[in-house]
Design a protein around this ligand. Structure first.
Ligand code: GDG
Length: 476
């Protein structure tokens, strides 16, 4: 069987069963690599003096990983720069935070070229290559330049932005053209897929076909929506594991008869934490009777803290949480428990299970796995209520949640009130289809759908306008 070579910016498979402070991407990829034998290649997270391209190979958590160090300039221009100061904010609709700096463009191109040269010798002719996320959009083009003919797929974990936003990027055409070096380009949602098609047709003068074919720049690729899922069964069991149960019991005890709402996020401006705190404050203002009967546990794991926008959001959250607690707390009640640390995954599962409400209100999110984790961890006989932003990719799959506009304090405040008052019967009837979706559209389904679609692609050179019979139509 052909191997799967996964390439992503960071390589961090979970090191211990149930534990590890890894993100959604890491959990998903480790699950994929255990299924197909293969290699996970990427940056070690370390910097060294000058780029050497020296690969370190290890077995971690049942997965073979191959990592390289970056040099300091690469880290600043590629990782902190183009990836996290340009593409991340732009793709999350924050042009106000987007930096357009030429040195970042150069660093991005350089690291993609270096990655291609370094990983090339690890790849055998019939391997499938699966590249992940916005850090590595030009990678296939660089690999093709080195003569690689393998099938290469790309999956974007974050939203694809609207055409008018994307065109604010000086080199937007080059970025999109690079995607056409892949055989398959996957998005989280139909919404992102449609936004991409809109660019292809209206900006690049290309065309898209009903069967997921896209053509532009004299090149052709296939495109599709592949919503990512959870390692759901595993996560549901984690809530019942000894650590999960212990954490659940600890939370139950600390409730002291109150209801808990929980938020778990990387400390990122896209997650809507400030808006969430303010909406909760609105709830406390609108519902004085509910004060002291409820609290919000917000776990916010520090992230990308070398980037100023992340330092700013952290400082703002400290201030807003402090102000709300100062204004509303009593001698034995604090409205927001704000925690900047990480928990083991099984502990998180126990925390989710103890919460009456899961508050997941990003301003923009590719998918959002926390929403799915909250659902998976619930007690089927007494499940909690998921409040979910309409701007999370997950909202398209989880319509039985209380779907809110995270920019509207009133909307979120109203949903909190409704969630706290919801009968057990209604909670069960909403949770049942949510759980069905989370369990069936899991990470294995995502992986298998993507890999099957990649295997099914045939790599044409450039389209042949005379002999080509594939119907391609303009998108509306
Ligand atoms: C990107 C896209 C897309 C958080 N705190 C702790 C902890 N976490 C874990 C959560 C969850 C993961 O981090 C976060 O995943 P998300 O999906 O919410 O968000 P991103 O990190 O922004 O991921 C996103 C995802 O890629 C996958 O495609 O869904 O839209 O932005 O799993 O549980 N985990 C542990 N301790 C913590 O304290 N163990």
């Amino acid at each position: 069987m052909s191997r799967l070579i996964v390439i992503s910016n960071r390589v961090n498979p979970p090191v211990e069963e149930g534990g590890g402070a890894v993100g959604g991407l890491a959990m998903a990829l480790a699950a994929a690599l255990r299924e197909y034998s293969g290699v996970w290649f990427g940056w070690s997270g370390q910097t060294a003096e000058g780029y050497t391209g020296q690969i370190a190979i290890q077995r971690v958590g049942g997965v073979t990983v191959a990592t390289v160090d970056l040099d300091e300039q690469d880290r600043q221009e590629y990782y902190n720069g183009y990836a996290n100061k340009t593409l991340w904010p732009l793709f999350h609709y924050r042009i106000d935070l987007t930096a357009y700096e030429r040195s970042f463009d150069e660093g991005y191109a350089r690291v993609n070229r270096r990655f291609a040269e370094t990983v090339r010798p690890l790849i055998e002719p019939d391997d499938f290559v699966w590249v992940h996320d916005y850090h590595l959009i030009p990678l296939a083009r660089e690999l093709r330049k080195l003569g690689m003919k393998n099938r290469i797929g790309f999956f974007l974990h974050i939203p694809w932005p609207a055409r008018r936003l994307l065109t604010t990027l000086p080199k937007h055409r080059e970025l999109v053209e690079a995607l056409f070096a892949y055989d398959l380009v996957g998005f989280q949602t139909e919404d992102s897929l449609t936004a991409f098609e809109d660019y292809v047709v209206k900006e690049a003068g290309g065309a898209v076909g009903a069967e997921g074919a896209a053509e532009a720049f004299g090149l052709r690729t296939r495109i599709g929506a592949f919503p990512i899922g959870l390692d759901a069964d595993h996560f549901a069991r984690a809530a019942q594991s000894p650590e999960g149960r212990a954490q659940f019991a600890r939370m139950q005890e600390s409730l002291a008869g109150r209801q808990m709402m929980v938020g778990v996020d990387r400390l990122d401006y896209s997650k809507g934490l400030e808006e969430r705190f303010l909406a909760y404050e609105q709830f406390l203002i609108d519902n004085p009777d509910e004060r002291e009967k409820v609290f919000l546990l917000q776990i916010a794991t520090p992230s990308r803290d070398e980037v100023e926008a992340y330092q700013d959001i952290r400082a703002r959250l400290d201030a807003v949480a402090g102000r709300i607690n100062g204004a509303f707390a009593t001698v034995d009640w604090v409205p927001i428990r704000y925690v900047n640390r990480t928990y083991r995954r099984d502990e998180l599962a126990g925390i989710y299970r103890a919460a009456r409400i899961g508050l997941v209100t990003p301003l923009r999110d590719g998918m959002n796995l926390v929403a799915k984790e909250y659902v998976a961890a619930q007690d089927p006989d007494d499940p909690g209520v998921l409040i979910l932003s309409k701007f999370a990719g997950a909202a398209a799959q989880l319509p039985e949640a209380l779907v809110v506009n995270p920019f509207s304090r009133e909307d979120v405040s109203e949903a909190i009130r409704k969630g706290l008052a919801m009968s057990r019967e209604e909670r069960i009837s909403r949770w049942t289809p949510l759980m069905h979706n989370v369990m069936t559209q899991d990470v294995a389904a995502w992986r298998d759908d993507f890999v099957a679609a990649l295997r099914a692609t045939e790599r044409p050179a450039a389209p042949d306008p005379v002999n080509d019979q594939t119907p391609i139509a303009s998108a509306s």
